[in-house]
Design a protein around this ligand. Structure first.
Ligand SMILES: [Zn+2]
Length: 84
């Protein structure tokens, strides 16, 4: 018997061995945690969660104790203009 890529269709039962929560928006992607580094260089684990589905783009961030959901991605040029 031959195995083909058709056995691993994306979007339907392709489950990796992970415990990441499913994205509640598209129900297709998984939410994966991202880490960042603080102003003192200390790592901030699980600061943001993003959907692995590129067509979805759902993201969730934690900043200063507040949770930001689906914040638009801001380009680098905009970022430096932000006031504290
Ligand atoms: Zn999603």
């Amino acid at each position: 018997m031959e195995y083909t890529m058709h056995d691993y269709k994306l979007g339907g039962g392709f489950v990796e061995n992970s415990s990441f929560p499913k994205c509640q928006k598209c129900s297709a992607g998984d939410l994966v945690p991202l880490s960042d580094f603080g102003s003192q260089g200390a790592p901030i684990h699980y600061k943001a969660w993003v959907c692995t589905n590129p067509n979805c783009g759902f993201n969730l961030k934690i900043r200063n104790g507040d949770v930001y959901i689906n914040e638009p991605v801001i380009s680098g040029s905009m970022h430096s203009a932000r006031a504290r």
